[in-house]
Write a protein that binds this ligand. Structure first.
Ligand code: GLN
Length: 487
């Protein structure tokens, strides 16, 4: 096995035993990037000098007791990284170099990690395919004619192509789970507030979460251990204790109650995806879990609720990009013209659509009918999840209604693109944690190459530990996570 193909756990074990060095793993990653990134296009910025410096430092320190020490990662380009260009894949921030780093990045640094570079996304994380990047689309390593999912498409593609050992992404409505599902990886969306959002460019502040995309469930637990916890710089991170998420993975799942919400198997779901998910659920039963049919009837309102709320928040969050304080400036004749022109040229289509939708749903006269109503439905959906979690320990469902779709397929129809979040958006409304993990491969109707399918496990508030345990048990009983794309 080449060093760039290792999991975090394998790399950590090898580093401890001095079988190889961090510099060697880091170089193997850059070799793979050089070999494959012309085709895949995961990276916006490579930080080779910095990476080799960090790797050398980790080797010199020689302390690999912390599992992430010396292990190379890719960071989604919406995480501020001190002194390293951070664009959110937007022209409006094309040359923005932040003077500080996100808390999650600082926490990885405190673990002596290695940053290979910054990876592509849908502009300001708005999208489900990475085609909304202001620079270029990223391709799915399993089939280059398909999208890697989004918005953390660069993160997922880089991990799937073994350009890095893991990546950080963000998930506001599915942006970690959908790309993980499309690329055959593990993607963890944490409880809202579990990981500090400080220093991550906002989409919808009351929905945004931060988490890892990894090759295995254990790796996801290891990254979560490093980044979770309260942060004085983010008042939405409560002082809930951070358990060792890797400690109880091996405990079996006998007698655990897993709910299957019938609303997640509706018209519109790909037949192959449905079949694969049902087989995976049968496997969970075989492993000793008790499968229970449950119902979440408000699910049908989730996408509408989600989009009204996130676009409202986005319109407010994006007001700061005024062409004066940072990023691109049109340098127009007068201030008003400068605002208008900077935003007109700096933002892409989906971002402008968001600002217009959100400004509309927040405006006097429409606020009550849209924003306020959606905010109330949000509470009802949350309550519905609280109720169902009185009966079950977690839920099992598909992560996405389809396998990775073709590039260009949904670009002309934003509503079709929004529907890619049909099974992930509701979870962000409820604020609970969820994980996507590979549970099989199937042939899409329009393809010749088998594509990965992702199983989604949904947990109670701040109970990442249970879904990680269920996921790990499933993973260890199957081989899906061992398959690699042919590059
Ligand atoms: N596709 C969804 C949206 O555009 C989700 C994106 C995300 O999770 N960041 O809102």
């Amino acid at each position: 096995m080449r060093l760039n193909e290792l999991t975090i756990k394998q790399a950590g074990d090898g580093l401890k035993k001095k079988e190889f060095s961090s510099v060697e793993i880091t170089k193997a990653c850059f070799e793979q990037i050089e070999k494959t990134d012309d085709k895949i296009k995961s990276f916006i910025t490579l930080t080779k000098d910095l990476a080799l410096k960090q790797a050398k430092e980790a080797d010199q320190a020689g302390d690999f007791s912390r599992p992430l020490a010396g292990v190379p990662a890719a960071i989604k380009d919406c995480f501020c990284t001190k002194g390293v260009k951070t664009t959110a894949a937007s022209k409006i921030l094309e040359n923005y170099v932040p003077p500080f780093s996100a808390t999650s990045v600082e926490k990885l640094e405190a673990n002596n990690y290695v940053m290979l570079g910054k990876v592509n996304l849908d502009e300001f994380t708005m999208g489900s395919s990475t085609e909304n990047s202001g620079f270029f689309p990223t391709k799915n390593p399993w089939d280059l004619s398909r999208v890697p999912g989004g918005s953390s498409g660069g993160s997922a593609a880089a991990v799937a192509a073994d350009q890095c050992l893991y990546a950080l992404g963000t998930d506001t409505g599915g942006s970690i789970r959908e790309p993980a599902s499309f690329c055959g990886l593990v993607g963890l969306k944490v409880t809202y507030g579990r990981v500090s959002r400080f220093g991550v460019l906002s989409y919808a502040s009351s929905f945004d979460t931060i988490g890892p995309i990894t090759k295995t469930v254990e790796d996801a637990a290891l990254v979560l251990n490093a980044i979770a916890g309260a942060d004085p710089k983010d008042s939405t991170t409560p002082p809930v204790a951070v358990p060792d998420y890797a400690a109880d993975l091996k405990k079996d799942i006998k007698g655990l109650k897993i709910g299957v919400p019938k609303e997640f198997f509706v018209a519109g779901i790909d037949k192959e995806v449905e079949k694969t998910i049902k087989t995976a659920i049968a496997k969970l039963a075989e492993l000793g879990a008790k499968i229970v049919d449950v119902s979440l009837p408000l699910t049908k309102y989730a996408i509408a609720t989600y989009y009204i709320l996130v676009k409202s928040e986005a319109s407010a969050n994006l007001a700061r990009y005024d062409g004066v304080r940072f990023g691109f400036s049109a340098r127009a004749e007068n201030l008003l013209e400068n605002y208008l022109q900077s935003r007109q040229t700096g933002f892409g289509q989906e971002v402008k659509r968001s600002i217009m939708m959100g400004t509309y749903t927040l405006s006097a006269g429409y606020y009550d009918a849209y924003y306020l109503k959606a905010a109330k439905v949000r509470t009802l959906i949350k309550q519905e999840y609280e109720k169902v979690f009185k009966k079950v320990d977690c839920l099992a469902a598909p992560a996405a209604p389809t396998m990775a779709f073709k590039l260009g397929e949904k670009m002309e129809d934003p509503l079709q693109m929004y529907l890619a979040d049909i099974f992930t958006g509701p979870i962000n409304i409820a604020g609970v944690p969820a994980i996507s993990l590979p549970c099989g491969f199937a042939l899409p109707q329009d393809g010749q190459i088998e594509m990965p399918v992702g199983l989604q496990l949904i947990g109670k508030h701040f109970d990442e530990a249970t879904i990680l345990r269920v996921a790990h048990n499933y993973e260890q009983a199957t081989d899906w996570h061992k398959r690699k794309p042919i590059l």
